[in-house]
Design a protein around this ligand. Sequence first.
Ligand SMILES: NC(=O)c1ccc[n+]([C@@H]2O[C@H](COP(=O)([O-])OP(=O)(O)OC[C@H]3O[C@@H](n4cnc5c(N)ncnc54)[C@H](OP(=O)(O)O)[C@@H]3O)[C@@H](O)[C@H]2O)c1
Length: 302
Amino acid sequence: MKKILILIFIFFSGLMSGYSQSCDFTETSFLPDEIDTSVVSPDSSRPYALIAGGSKGIGYALAEALAKRKYNLILIARHLDSLLAAKQKLESAYAIHVEILVHDLSKEESATEIAKWCMDRNIKLKVLCNVAGHGGPRDYLLTSLDTLRYMVRLNVESMMALSLTLLPLLEKNAPSCILNVASMAGFAPIPIKNLYSATKSAVVFFSYSLRYQLKKKHISVSCLCPGPVFTKPEIRRETEKRFGWFGKKMAVSPKRVGEIAVKKTLKGRLIIVPGTLAKVIAVLIRTLPRRTVTSLYAKAGD
Ligand SMILES: NC(=O)c1ccc[n+]([C@@H]2O[C@H](COP(=O)([O-])OP(=O)(O)OC[C@H]3O[C@@H](n4cnc5c(N)ncnc54)[C@H](OP(=O)(O)O)[C@@H]3O)[C@@H](O)[C@H]2O)c1
């Protein structure tokens, strides 16, 4: 009985500390949730949000949620065609200004070049979203060294490098914010997704510490940790295969993820897990002993 009570206590205290508490910035409402929407023509003097990996999927959904709030956008991706399509859609629907930059974020020089581009134009940067990441079914034991390096560079290094090179602009335009996209996979070691969960846990830990480091500069740091988001057919297939009905129930649409993430980021929340079921699972994962969670994940992967 005593053990059960302790477990219930841990469960609910985890729930409270992980998700219900907003950061200090919330109390001072550090960024407006909505910018003046009375002006309908694109105005490049309005604040900008830069989305690294913003042409598709969750990144595009974040772009749309920010465009709705009249942020101008800088979208970054590798393929010009999807960037152009995103630009056209967002500019015509929301009367904002969208800049597009073609970069492979896994390349060492990207962060410096992007920051230089922004500084040369004195971009009024208020929001940085580090979204691009690589996952996939082949993880660690089945991965080539090239893929391993690509994943670490894209998932971890590019997010850390871009946050650092853009810091002067974010500081100049403070209050401002950084949203790093991790995953629920970052809350625990997952044997069948070893490399992916390890890189995403680096994103989570980095975000926690960076938040403290940047507090005095009035730059808020948030970390989005979604469960399954069906941005591509293979994600739907894999989720349904591994977790069946439960996986489908846990999934949240990209649009909803974007809306929740932007709303909570602008309110200064630290950890953002969209979806009620995903939130409950995330609390359990973070509360149960790590060895238990690792073996449960290993069983689900067999
Ligand atoms: N979908 C999920 O179930 C899920 C769940 C939890 C966490 N996440 C995380 O959420 C993030 C986005 O996932 P998603 O499913 O939305 O992905 P997605 O649909 O594949 O979109 C990824 C975006 O990033 C860009 N991108 C990819 N690699 C890039 C690179 N090397 N350099 C520059 N841009 C790059 C893509 O454009 P280009 O291809 O043109 O470069 C695209 O705009 C990832 O970090 C992922 O780990 C996803």
